[in-house]
Structure formats: C-alpha cells, structure tokens
Design a protein around this ligand. Structure first.
Ligand SMILES: [Zn+2]
Length: 361
C-alpha cells in the first residue's frame, strides 16, 4: 500500500495527479468502513474526508494530514520507491504518505479490537499543505472545531522519532522598491538605484531577528535590475519570517510596516504577514503528549517531544484552541530531499501507538 501511495505522484500544483492519488485513498478508506466524501476544489486537488463511526454522543478525534507532496511528476524516475531492508525510499514517503498508510492500519486495528467502542474518528487529508494550505485551511478549521483533539500524522522529528508539541508560526513579506532608471555611464547622477535601496532595507530587516525569542527573518529571495550598465529601476525581496509566539506577530508586522526608504526618491512597498500562526505548547497539547507517552511505554517505545521551526496544518487547529499533537507519522529522514526515507521497523510500532492513543482518548 505504501508503494502504491508513493507511486501515485501528487505534486500540490497538479490537480489531475493529486485527484488520482485521492481517488485511490478514498477507496482504501471506504474499504475499511469509513464514510468518505470529497471536498471539491476547482484549482487544487479535492480534499478527502473519511468518517469512522464510534460510541454515541462522543466528539470525534481528528486525524489530520495531506497527500500533496513537494515532488514534481516524474520524480519517481530519479528516486523510485525502493526498500533496502531497513528503510523504504521514495518521493513523499516521509512527508507524508507513510502517515496516511498508518492511519488506515490504525483504524483497521482499532475497529477489529474495539468495534464501535472508541470515539468517532474523522480523517481529513488536504491537498495544498505544501504550498500554504490556501484552500485546505478553511476545510481543516471547520472540521477541527467539531473535534475533541487533533492528531497530526506529519513525520516525527528526526530519526529519534520525537513528537512535535510546538511549531513556529510562518509568514512572508515582499519588499518592493521602485527607483529611477538611468544610463550608468552617461546619466549616472539622474538614476536612483532600486538595488542599493533594497540592499539597505534588507540590512534593516535582518535586525528584526531575535533568535532567543524564536523570531527569525530570512530574506531568501532577491531580484532586481535589468543590465549592468543601467541604474536599476526595480528590485524586490521575499522574506520568510518565523515566530514562536502568536503575540509576536503584531510587533513584527509593525516593524515591517514602519520601514521607510533611505532615499526619499525611491518608493518602498511592503506587503505580507504571518499566515500560519504558531502551534504553542498549550496545556491541551501537553496532556495529549503525556497520553501518548503512557501508551508508548506499554509498547516499549521511549517517546520524547520536540519543538520545530516548520509549520503544518496543526498550526491552524492549535490556534483555534483545539488540543493538537503533531509528528505522529513516519519516522525517517530527508523530507523534501532526495534521500527521503522512512525506517520500516517503526511503521507497525507507531501505527500501534496511534491506535492505542485514539482508544485512550
Ligand atoms: Zn507535511
């Protein structure tokens, strides 16, 4: 099943491919007794919801994930699905097709051991998580609001398999500078270099980083100018920002909005903001982690927790105040990298952990 899921390549921006993968997963969930419905999207893949009934009157647990990947169609040719004994490799295997397969088998185990006596379980898999969850976010939020807790099957942290109890908030800003073009030899003084102005702005923005507070600002992309003998009329930079605490978003935003051009004849335009709030380690998250730790102990697994700078859809559900625990999926290395792989021996162990955790809630 893992091989089939990986070989149905599903890059976020290819609706046809994502929908093919979704159709396969829908069939697998309904074969295991779920009521499956697709949330149709015109420009993204259709999101998948699978509902497993449980004891009457109990709020469901949400199993959350995504089946889009960062890998373009044809990546399989360079990095085919393969098993080398200890590991399985392939595009999206860690992030996060193994997590989806774990959901399927955990539900099979749970239902055969405990028919109908567990909480109802809702599975929600969206299709544009890797590109910001623009269409997935409202669907995820609406579902999470109706649930007792959210278990996110994103990969565990590092090869030690730590669960994720805190994630940074993520955002992006664009700095756009308009200067004035001029011949670099004939009319140099008449020019106003957008590149020079942008360079000074980037140095300002870099000062916003405060590592101790978990706030980082990374100008990851810059563009500008047309030719070396022209004073650049335009330049822009795209900046990734991360915050550990939701309360920091406003202050950071004020700093960006307060930027003014050094050269008054240049125009500076700032746009953007924080689009994924941080997943903070709330009391609800800590409770879920301790429940998982207790179940892990019974299975002979030593379970630890970690904070990560990366975001997931768990950021959205946590920000709504719904207890959220992340990193319950595959254990491996190389998400978004050519050596993306999972440890096979962890698959059944972590699947059992997931089933036991759901049963305990
Ligand atoms: Zn992911």
């Amino acid at each position: 099943m893992l091989q089939q899921a990986v070989e149905l390549e599903s890059p976020s921006d290819d609706k046809d491919a994502v929908d093919r993968c979704g159709a396969y997963l829908a069939q697998e969930f309904s074969r295991r007794g779920a009521k499956v419905s697709m949330h149709r999207e015109e420009h993204a893949g259709d999101h998948l919801k699978a509902e497993f009934p449980g004891r009457a009157g109990a709020k469901p647990v949400l199993l959350l994930g995504h089946f889009d990947t960062v890998w373009p169609l044809g990546s399989l040719a360079r990095m085919p699905f393969r098993v080398d004994g200890v590991r399985a490799y392939g595009p999206g295997i860690l992030d996060m097709k193994s997590g989806i397969v774990m959901m399927l088998f955990a539900m099979r185990a749970l239902r055969s051991a405990n028919e109908g006596n567990h909480r109802p379980v809702t599975v929600l898999l969206d299709t544009d998580e890797e590109i910001g969850s623009t269409t997935g976010r409202p669907v995820v939020e609406a579902e999470a609001k109706m649930c007792e807790a959210v278990l996110v099957l994103e990969p565990a942290q590092t090869i030690e398999g730590r669960l994720k109890t805190a994630r940074k908030g993520v955002g992006g800003y664009t700095l756009r500078v308009r200067g004035r073009a001029a011949h670099a030899g004939v009319d140099f003084e008449k020019g106003r270099s957008a590149i020079l102005e942008l360079s000074r702005q980037i140095l300002e923005v870099a000062k916003f980083t405060d590592v101790a507070r978990g706030m980082t600002v990374n100008p990851g992309l810059i563009r500008g100018g047309t030719r070396t003998n022209v004073v650049a009329a335009e330049a822009w930079a795209e900046v990734d920002v991360r915050i550990a605490r939701a309360a920091d978003a406003g202050e950071l935003d004020q700093k960006f909005r307060a930027l003014r051009p050094f050269d008054p004849e240049c125009v500076l335009d700032v746009s953007g903001g924080v689009n994924r709030p941080p997943m903070e380690r709330t009391a609800g998250t800590a409770r879920l982690f301790h429940a998982a730790q207790e179940q892990a102990k019974k299975l002979g697994i030593t379970l630890e927790e970690a904070a990560t700078g990366g975001g997931s859809d768990g950021n959205f559900t946590s920000a709504l105040g719904v207890p959220t625990l992340d990193g319950l999926g595959g254990v491996g290395e190389g998400a978004h990298a050519a050596h993306e792989s999972i440890l096979l021996k962890e698959l059944p162990r972590r699947t059992a952990l997931l089933a036991c955790l759901i049963e305990s809630l």
